[in-house]
Design a protein around this ligand. Structure first.
Ligand code: SF4
Length: 584
């Protein structure tokens, strides 16, 4: 048997769907008998499973150093353990597209620590912080998928880092790659007073079952999961491959509404409801089923069409559900209700009453906003100390690049709020600081075209200073390239990094290709949002903004919104009806 052929949950009756889909044979779907790799990534996975690289890292590469690493492992299988080479210093974004991978990469790594559900105890947080300080030049980024990313990691240190992480129940296994990546969960699962149900036990047991399981270690592409009972829908079910969304079921018991096929990147699509209710005790079975459909029927010819969303778009929800239920589940799922109306603005910033903790009396959650997700090992250590002093034992990460201290006794809330504020982690941040996120960008990412983290922080500070009167949420998502790691399509103001030709008197509005004199800029997407009125942002032909004009442009657009908005009108609603010259 080839090392990475998944066999444990073969579809029980593939023939019917197979016949119906014969026309798609050329997409390389395993279930249609197409097992020959059709691109380099598929070949790499067939040659040797991504999970197999761990032993080589421990036994060979960490001992012999960076130069000893097989290129297929370095640029392929290392992802299965959360390892990417980071961008070599001082390579401008204009050269990204023209350089070979070996010219772009540094000998240091980004290491993604997987934090399923964003759940971190203090010992875990201190361990990650310690690793960042000792091995990662004190950089630690909270991602918008609740992970913590470290940088400047040397291959020689990876086994020791893994040992420390695993000692406290953390891992980098399948943090990247064509696998089930970190599973999003509400950071307030089990403590939020308004949650539909606590999804934490189902998420935890599923993550434990799936992590490193060869049955799912060769999917057609990355695979994103959200399992949450959060009333605010803070884990963004609309843009995951598979989402379990808390609802009260047909019999009055809480469970989940099943959504599939969401994803952004260069061809964004919202997930769709299958109309099926999933009782909590069937979450694992249904997740295995949906993931099995993806593994077996997902497209493996072209990487750009390999996400589950493309299969769903071709099949439609009815057929997807039929194949799922007939071929992958023990029994059909009952029809179920849609989730309650979903807010567009979703975070857990600030002080909120939570369920009491025995012995602590009344307790609160305290959410704070780092600068566009950027923290440090030093800062995370301090947060752990502050949480402990407050009598709290957990610090969770959110999908908005925030942190939340849980179980804070009432008497300790104000001192914790003050201490976090002093540490540069405001719990009552400005709307701009609260709503601004950024991807990794040019600082470390080999795909980046522009700088993002420092720029997003600067932009939020600048706008806070210029428009202190803003009284309503606005999200600003800053991305370094079209890959949408920071979700620019669903932001009020989404910025997508690009090079611009700075030849005209007004900085010009043409795209650039990295030639001398080109400058960093952004294509603008306006009025995107998630929630009940989910929509991708509007873009206008030629609407691009030079990086050094971001604040001026954003100020102009936000001031226009404040001047023209109707009572209670959100920025997204305003942008949807705005005339072009209000937004350009
Ligand atoms: Fe890198 Fe592009 Fe993703 Fe930003 S959006 S982290 S630049 S791949």
């Amino acid at each position: 048997m080839p090392p990475n052929t998944a066999t444990a949950t073969r579809p029980r009756r593939p023939a019917k769907a197979g016949r119906a889909a014969a026309a798609k044979r050329g997409e390389g779907q395993w279930a249609l008998g197409y097992r020959e790799p059709l691109n380099g990534s598929e070949q790499m996975k067939k040659d040797n499973d991504g999970l197999a690289v761990r032993d080589r890292i421990v036994d060979i590469y960490s001992k012999r150093g960076f130069a000893s690493i097989d290129p297929q492992d370095l640029r392929g299988r290392f992802r299965w353990y959360g390892l990417y080479t980071q961008r070599a210093p001082d390579i401008p974004g204009g050269r990204t597209a023209s350089l070979e991978p070996e010219e772009l990469e540094d000998s240091h790594f980004m290491l993604r620590v997987r934090v399923d559900g964003g759940h971190l105890g203090l010992r875990q947080l201190r361990t990650v912080a310690g690793i960042a300080k000792e091995f990662g030049r004190d950089v630690a980024d909270i991602t918008d998928r609740q992970n913590i990313q470290l940088h400047w990691i040397r291959i020689e240190d990876v086994p020791e880092i893994w040992r420390r992480l695993e000692e406290v129940g953390l891992s980098t296994t399948e943090a990247c790659g064509d696998v089930p990546r970190v599973m999003l969960g509400c950071p307030l699962g089990g403590v939020a007073e308004d949650e539909i149900l606590d999804a934490t036990p189902y998420l935890d047991s599923l993550a434990a079952e799936v992590l490193g399981n060869p049955e799912f270690s060769n999917l057609p592409r990355k695979y994103k999961t959200s399992i949450s009972g959060c009333a605010k829908h803070c884990t963004n079910h609309e843009i995951n491959d598979v989402s379990f969304v808390g609802v009260v079921g047909p019999d009055g018991e809480p469970g989940f509404d099943l959504w599939v096929g969401g994803g952004l990147s260069t061809n964004p699509m919202f997930a769709q409801r299958l109309g099926a209710f999933v009782a909590p005790d069937r979450v694992a079975e249904v997740w295995r089923g949906v993931t099995g459909v993806f593994r077996d029927y997902g497209y493996r010819r072209s990487r750009t069409r390999a996400r589950l969303k493309f299969l769903l778009a071709d099949w439609g929800t009815e057929r997807f559900r039929e194949v799922l239920e007939k071929d992958y589940l023990d029994s059909a799922l009952p029809d179920g209700p849609a989730p309650a109306a979903s807010p567009a603005y979703r975070d857990h910033i600030g002080v909120h009453r939570q369920h009491d903790v025995p012995g602590h009396g009344a307790c609160y959650s305290v959410g704070a906003a780092p600068r566009a997700g950027r923290t440090s090992g030093t800062q995370l250590s301090i947060v752990a100390d502050l949480a402990e002093q407050a009598g709290a034992g957990r610090v969770h990460t959110t999908a908005q690049q925030h942190i939340v201290v849980l179980d804070v006794p009432e008497k300790a809330v104000e001192s914790l709020v003050t201490a976090l504020e002093d540490e540069g982690l405001p719990t009552r941040p400005s709307q701009f600081r609260r709503g601004t996120i950024a991807c990794t960008g040019l600082e470390f990412c080999k795909l980046a075209i522009v700088e993002t983290k420092a720029r997003a922080d600067w932009l939020a500070e600048e706008l806070t200073h210029r428009i202190p009167e803003l009284d309503t949420p606005i999200t600003i998502n800053v991305n370094g390239c079209p890959n949408a790691c920071a979700r620019f399509q669903v932001a009020d103001i989404g910025f997508k990094g690009m090079m611009m030709r700075a030849t005209g008197p007004e900085g010009d509005t043409q795209g650039g290709d990295g030639a001398d004199g080109d400058v960093e800029g952004f294509q603008v997407h306006l009025g995107g949002q998630l929630g009940t009125d989910a929509a991708f942002g509007r873009k206008f032909r030629g609407l691009r903004v030079r990086a050094d004009e971001l604040a001026d442009y954003s100020e102009r657009v936000v001031r226009g919104y404040l001047a023209r908005r109707a009572d209670g009108e959100s920025f997204a609603a305003y942008a949807a009806r705005a005339e072009q010259d209000w937004l350009t």
